[in-house]
Design a protein around this ligand. Structure first.
Ligand code: PLP
Length: 451
């Protein structure tokens, strides 16, 4: 095994370019190679066990190697591993489309499959644009996004992204957009009148540009990659109202928030909101396989109907769109939601999480603790009084993550915000343990000179 590890490390160094990773210097850090998963734990080659504190990048729902999911994928493998949805169908995609339409906010009846969150967003952007073309309003072609928004890494998704660190380099390649400030209460200068800061500007932009706006796109309730930044209650409902009043589509990107993360099946359901388009991915297969869906209303879908020669067709589709293995996992995951009453069972976990987070808040470097359901961001600051961040070069978030690893948990930060987003299937004991490790790691990672 040891030789095996040495070889794998060498081959990794020689050939594997890791995503969102500065490869210079990465080779000097110890490489963690995961070989096994079970429940909420991941294991490395030496058999060391780690709590999967970010659900393998926000996607695992019921834990690893869940028997029902394994069996569903294996059973489908005995039928067919892949067949296209271009002009054909297969049972898992048909059944999953129907189930998604059943559980989605009212009105979202049509399901367009793709493979990843980014592609679900690309499809939604193109649908919104072409909806207006097909309706004879081609001038409605602009998108309004939120600062700090994250919708994936393909160019369309980057164009509607609002994280300058990730997105600015590509600006020359992107279509222009309108941007409204997103709520970020911890760093808001105008805490007295937060409505003024957040909603009023968005309302003004939508009203002023209604004639040229195709859609508003946002992450409902909680902006994920921005640093787990929640919106004040009522914000989403008001955006829905405003877009409706001005004849602008609303695209809800539930790639991160979907499938129970915020305590409801979908974040939009906290505010009784039905968007015109909704993007799903990450948790859709329980985190097993790549699959995504863009849900649309009959109104949007209807605009694409016409004689063949009118060319109103949605000319879009990826090779592995709606892959049968992935769709089978998606169906099995939704069955577990029902059978285990997963959402009902979250109450106690969310409360425990709230209590554990409250215990972290007094730490001298914990600036802000943000929670919506099972999504958590812990923003670390150098100076709690002035809210001054740590120097970027110190890589405090990264230090905390390395410390957590030694303590038996895998985390991944967003800058100096520590993210907790465990599988929903985590037990109370495991959740408590994850929080204890996190607090200890924050202590170690923020110590002067630590690292
Ligand atoms: C992760 C994420 C995406 C991108 O999904 P990929 O599967 O990584 O392409 C899009 N939107 C949101 C809100 C996300 O969190």
């Amino acid at each position: 095994m040891a030789d095996d590890r040495d070889l794998l490390v060498k081959w990794d160094r020689d050939h594997l370019w890791h995503p969102f990773t500065q490869m210079q210097g990465f080779g000097k850090e110890e490489l963690l190679i995961i070989t096994l998963g079970e429940g909420v734990y991941l294991y490395d080659q030496e058999g060391r066990r780690y709590l999967d504190g970010v659900a393998s990048l926000w996607c695992n729902v019921h834990g690893h190697r869940r028997a029902e999911l394994d069996e569903a994928v294996a059973a489908q493998l005995k039928q067919v591993a892949h067949s296209t949805l271009l002009g054909l169908a297969h049972p898992p995609a048909i059944r999953l489309a129907r189930r998604l339409a059943e559980i989605a906010p009212p009105g979202l009846t049509r399901v367009f499959f793709s493979d990843d969150g980014s592609t679900a967003v690309e499809a939604a952007l193109k649908m919104a644009f072409q909806y207006w073309v097909n309706r004879g309003r081609p001038e409605k072609r602009r998108f309004l996004k939120l600062s700090g928004g994250y919708h994936g890494d393909t160019l369309g998704a980057v164009a509607v992204g609002g994280i300058s660190l990730f997105h600015e380099t590509y600006r020359p390649l992107l279509f222009p957009t309108l941007e409204a400030p997103a709520p970020y209460c911890y760093r808001c200068r105008d805490r007295e009148d937060c409505r003024e800061q957040c909603l009023t500007r968005l309302e003004e932009l939508v009203a002023a540009h209604r004639g040229e706006l195709a859609a508003v796109i946002l992450e409902p309730v909680m902006q994920g990659a921005a640093g787990m930044i929640p919106q004040p209650p009522g914000y989403l409902a008001r955006v829905r109202e405003v877009t409706g009043e001005h004849g602008v589509l609303l695209i809800a990107d539930e790639v991160a928030t979907g499938f129970g993360r915020t305590g409801r099946m979908f974040a939009c359901q906290h505010e009784g909101v039905s968007p015109d388009l909704m993007c799903l991915a990450k948790g859709i297969t329980g985190g097993y396989l790549p699959l995504a869906a863009t849900l649309a209303t009959d109104e949007v879908y209807g605009a694409f109907l016409g004689d063949y020669t009118e060319f109103k067709t949605f000319f879009h589709g990826h090779t592995f769109t709606g892959n049968p293995l992935a769709a089978a996992a998606g169906l099995a995951s939704l069955e577990i939601f029902e059978k285990d009453k997963v959402l009902a069972g979250l109450g106690g976990k969310m409360e425990l999480l709230t209590r554990e987070l409250a215990a972290m808040a007094p730490h001298p470097h914990v600036g802000d603790v943000r929670q919506r359901g099972m999504m958590v961001g812990i923003e670390l600051v150098m100076d709690k009084g002035t809210r001054e961040p740590f120097p970027v070069a110190r890589r405090t978030g990264h230090r905390v993550v390395l410390a957590a690893r030694k303590l038996g948990a895998i985390l991944r930060p967003l800058g100096d915000t520590i993210v907790l987003m465990p599988p929903l299937g985590i037990s109370l004991e495991e959740l408590k343990s994850l929080c204890r490790i996190t607090l200890e790691a924050i202590g170690r990672g923020t110590e002067p000179g630590s690292g």
